[in-house]
Write a protein that binds this ligand. Sequence first.
Ligand code: DQA
Length: 156
Amino acid sequence: MKSLRILVLHGPNLNMLGSREPGHYGKQTLAEITEQLIALGDALGVEIISFQSNHEGELVDRIQQAASEHIDGIIINPAAYTHTSIALRDALLATAIAFIEVHLSNIHSREEFRHRSLLADAATGVVAGFGATSYMLALRGLAESLQQKSKSETGV
Ligand code: DQA
């Protein structure tokens, strides 16, 4: 089976996981989540490339860069930019790389302004509300969907 490269993007304030509002976001740090993603990626035949930024433009740049470095899929937790960023939506649409939107918390059970996502309708899937496990579910779902797609295109 072909091995895949998946870019995992984290938006603003996610560098503070572990200490940030643990009631919403759990106690695991970003480094611990990344370690778990790499371990699951090893088991699934997926290379994980991880990037966090507090800056919208840096996230846009990283998405644009993905188009020229053979990235098969993107998992993105856009954090607060979920609810505000036309720029991130446009970058994802411009690169046309399949992506999954991820949230640690269930954004639909929180404040009204978190209910709207500017990215979700363009995503292959959305996972929210399972804490750090949201990322693992997204990785399993995206890997399977990319592997199915490659099988149906190439027969392998
Ligand atoms: C979040 C939810 C967003 O509303 C919030 O701004 C975040 C984290 C989540 O993972 O639950 O920073 O994306």
